[in-house]
Design a protein around this ligand. Structure first.
Ligand SMILES: Nc1ncnc2c1ncn2[C@@H]1O[C@H](COP(=O)(O)OP(=O)(O)OP(=O)(O)O)[C@@H](O)[C@H]1O
Length: 264
């Protein structure tokens, strides 16, 4: 791998409204400066992939976008969700996470029924009306492409689902609170190819109504599902472009080396 001049970046600004914008985002874990100067725009109703080698800062960046790093890291710079600075003093962190949902690498359903996995957060937000709860259960499970498989067994334990089903339940759980941005940290990396294909098809459909930001190590997956891609390297975002440009005509040699599998 060649030396990298971190002053050489190519960060394209999409000509579309942004759901999330970061300005000079920096993240420190104690003395470890894990994320430097990230200035990016995430277009509404598009899928943006975050790619880069292990330890390049993708999860650190992603977790900052809905304040999951609040207790573990120092975050500076600005993160705008539409017109709201999500780190402003008057902003409630739970409200941020209601608008900006997250699905993790390993499916992590609660040890509760499928139904209760969906309604847990809704009840916490004060929704008690049974008809509304039932409607949210059905809609979110349909959006996550799980409804047909579980509609007759909603009271069964979520822990009895397969890995792929459990991950789609976690997706449904995030969708039930009606966010408009979804952050996904390698959501298919623990899944078999069929479950991965189902998740990818679901995400492509969801992007009609949601803004999706997904960390992936799978270059084919990034090409298949995303319209924009950001390349991370050693805590820097070095290149951001349309996925087709970034994969086919990258501006920086190091991006080309990464997407062609020369390191990482
Ligand atoms: N909770 C934490 N506490 C301390 N350091 C952390 C923490 N999380 C990540 N780091 C450090 O921040 C840097 C970036 O890690 P991060 O997990 O964001 O990279 P990544 O690109 O998502 O990696 P991977 O692809 O392996 O998940 C690494 O040096 C890592 O050790």
């Amino acid at each position: 791998m060649q030396n990298t001049d971190f002053s050489q970046t190519y960060l394209m600004a999409p000509d579309l409204p942004s759901a999330i914008t970061t300005e000079d985002l920096q993240v420190f874990y104690g003395n470890n400066h894990a994320m430097h100067d990230a200035t990016l725009q995430f277009p509404e109703n598009r899928i943006t992939a975050l790619i880069g080698a292990s330890g390049s800062g993708k999860s650190t960046f992603l977790r900052s976008l809905n304040r999951m790093n609040d207790d573990v890291a120092t975050v500076t710079g600005k993160i705008m969700y539409h017109d709201t600075d999500i780190n402003a003093k008057n902003v409630n962190v739970y409200a941020v996470r209601r608008h900006i949902g997250m699905v993790f690498q390993r499916p992590n359903p609660f040890a509760k029924s499928i139904r209760d996995n969906i309604t847990f957060a809704l009840k916490a937000y004060g929704i008690r009306n049974q008809a509304e709860l039932d409607e949210r259960i059905e809609t979110s499970l349909k959006e996550a492409a799980l409804w047909d498989e579980v509609k007759d067994t909603l009271d069964r334990s979520a822990l009895s689902l397969s890995g792929g089903q459990a991950q789609r339940l976690c997706l449904a759980r995030s969708l039930a609170v009606q966010p408009d941005v979804l952050l996904l940290d390698e959501p298919a990396s623990a899944l078999d190819p069929i479950s991965t294909a189902k998740i990818e098809a679901t995400l492509i459909k969801l992007a009609e109504h949601y803004t999706i930001i997904i960390v992936t190590h799978n270059m084919q997956q990034a090409s298949r599902i995303s319209q924009y891609t950001a390349f991370f390297h050693l805590g820097h975002v070095l290149e951001f472009d349309t996925t087709s440009n970034l994969f086919q005509t990258p501006q920086l040699p190091i991006t080309r080396d990464y997407v062609t599998g020369h390191f990482g």
